[in-house]
Design a protein around this ligand. Structure first.
Ligand code: AMP
Length: 185
């Protein structure tokens, strides 16, 4: 099963992607996690992207696409995966579509977590995970980028008839229950 979990920053993508990975026995690929690990480990990539990430700006498309494709070509992703944080721009979505087509694969589900904007900011600022981009400036920039660069990805998959909306308000278990109903139904 190949699944994309999508939504604005603070919608709970990471948490629900973990739940999906556990329930369906597929790996969870989070581009944000890969970038945070690169920064923690002080790799060349990490040094290149730290300032950008801390201020909530996006990593360049070429870098992201190359990294995701390299990862998805590994055998552990052969039977499916849940993608969290990718694709985040239209060029990334187009590159991913081409990647699937070249491999004769298709996307099984595109789930979008729907959460009102007022709730996103307070969720992020109170999540207390110590993320260096969870500052007020970081959050405002990420919401702005979401609206301008990431939202078009949703329209792209709506045009393909792939999108399922999930009410992202409620407890983690309630929201996961809704996701399971969609995936199992
Ligand atoms: P996330 O953990 O998905 O909220 O991502 C945290 C940060 O990592 C983002 O604000 C971006 O700076 C960077 N990032 C993660 N995924 C992508 C992506 N697909 N394209 C560009 N930048 C990304």
């Amino acid at each position: 099963m190949r699944i994309i979990i999508f939504g604005p920053p603070g919608a709970g993508k990471g948490t629900q992607a973990d739940n999906i990975a556990d329930e369906y026995g597929i790996p969870h690929l989070s581009t944000g996690e890969i970038f945070r690990a690169a920064i923690r480990n002080g790799t060349t990539l990490g040094r290149q992207i730290k300032t950008r990430m801390d201020t909530g700006r996006l990593v360049p498309d070429d870098t992201v696409v190359e990294l995701v494709e390299k990862e998805l070509n590994k055998p552990e992703y052969e039977d499916g995966y849940v993608l969290d944080g990718f694709p985040r721009t239209l060029p990334q979505a187009e590159a991913y579509d081409e990647f699937l087509e070249a491999n004769g694969e298709c996307l099984d589900a595109f789930l979008v977590l729907v959460v009102p904007e007022e709730e996103l900011v307070s969720r992020i600022l109170s999540r207390g995970q110590g993320r260096s981009d969870d500052t007020e400036e970081g959050v405002i920039n990420r919401l702005h980028i979401y609206r301008n660069e990431t939202r078009p990805v949703l329209d792209h998959y709506i045009d393909q008839g792939k999108v399922t909306k999930i009410d992202g308000v409620g407890t983690i278990d309630e929201i996961f229950g809704r996701i399971k109903e969609e995936l199992d139904g």
